[in-house]
Ligand binder design. Structure first.
Ligand code: UDP
Length: 340
């Protein structure tokens, strides 16, 4: 178990307690609960005294992220694939959180059908479950729904500019469909639905290996192994990187936010960084001798991505607290200590 993760989780718990929020004795179902964000959320809720049922097919998630939670009576892991439905167990749920999906472009482009269905069918099966349980539904969506946005910083009211038949469509349109379906259940059946749109979250447990690797952790691994950092295209494309502790705190708040019923909320850092700046910062912080190499640009790669977070500020009283430098230092340290 990693001290870095444990300390961040304790900080989140302290903040939630200060706000007087109580999660104990509530039952949560989390699809994708062994993934990067899923395992953080599972760990947080288990330590807050909730009962957590985690479903994951381990396509990108890892048992090592949740192994230590198996010792807790209030945590249960079921290996299952949401494209085939939600495994039936004799429990009623207070909250259902649908997070299961591949999220790395190189990875989802290898499995586009599975990715589209994990989002679309996964949303359908979990929403049906919520209908039967009268639970709160949280869908974790993505900044990808905005595609190559022409309005930056991008507010939730922007409709997006997405290529519906492009190589990223399995993910972009998969998420857009799951948002549309969740809102349809909200309108037709009055379900208590909340949707987050997550902007490039990173931190310990974000995979950096092979096709699973997202840019932050891929660069960190490359730098630590003194291999070239592979910048796609000119490196002037931007992302707004959000440290996982900030992302997870926002989601814990969203679960308890009464005013957020039927709302979609951007969760991200409002500091925009170019990929080349990121590469240079990682080289500096790792003291690496790696070179930077420029590789061919990714198809349909969004040029700029930066959220307008006024809605999250207002509804959740939340602000990202962790600077990129600080978050990178923790992530680098996690990888240096040999965690993967
Ligand atoms: N990227 C890069 N080199 C890599 C991986 C990614 O330059 O080895 C760039 C990618 O082209 C994109 C950004 O980093 O502009 C973020 O990529 P990531 O795979 O993390 O996911 P995305 O934000 O595109 O969903």
């Amino acid at each position: 178990m990693s001290e870095i993760v444990e300390k961040d989780i304790m900080d989140i718990i302290r903040e939630l307690k200060e706000r007087g929020l109580d999660y104990s004795d509530e039952v949560f179902l989390i699809t994708g609960g062994a993934g990067f964000l899923g395992s953080w959320l599972s760990e947080l809720l288990v330590k807050l005294g909730s009962k957590v049922i985690c479903i994951d097919n381990l396509a990108t998630g890892k048992l090592s992220f949740i192994k230590h939670l198996l010792n807790f009576d209030n945590f249960k892991f079921i290996k299952g694939d949401v494209t085939r439905g939600v495994p039936k167990i004799d429990t009623s749920y207070d909250y259902v959180i649908h997070m299961a999906s591949r999220a790395s472009p190189d990875d989802y482009m290898r499995y586009p059908v599975e990715t589209a269905l994990a989002n679309a069918l996964g949303a359908y099966y979990t929403l049906e479950l919520v209908r039967k349980n009268d639970a709160v539904y949280l869908l974790t969506s993505t900044s990808e729904v905005y595609g190559d946005a022409e309005v930056v910083p991008t507010p939730e009211t922007y409709w997006g500019r997405v290529n519906p038949i492009g190589v990223r469509a399995c993910y972009d349109e998969g998420k857009r469909f799951s948002e549309a379906l969740a809102m349809s259940y909200y309108r037709e059946y009055g379900l208590d639905v909340r949707i987050s749109r997550i902007f490039n979250s990173y931190g310990p447990r974000l995979r950096g290996d092979g096709a699973y690797g997202r840019v932050v952790t891929r660069f960190i691994l490359q730098a630590l192994e003194n291999k070239p950092l592979t910048v796609h295209g000119d490196g002037l494309q931007t992302r707004s990187f959000t440290y996982v502790k900030d992302t997870i705190l926002a989601h814990a708040l969203l679960l308890k936010c009464e005013r957020c019923r039927g709302e979609v909320i951007n969760i991200g850092n409002n500091k925009e960084t170019t990929i080349i700046e990121l590469a240079k910062l990682i080289l500096e912080l790792t003291n690496s001798k790696s070179r930077i190499v420029y590789t061919k640009p990714r198809e349909d790669d969004p040029r700029r991505r930066k959220p307008d977070i006024s809605k999250a500020r207002k509804l959740l009283s939340w602000n990202p607290q962790t600077s990129l430098r600080e978050g990178l230092k923790k992530t680098i340290e996690w990888y240096r200590r040999g965690y993967k």
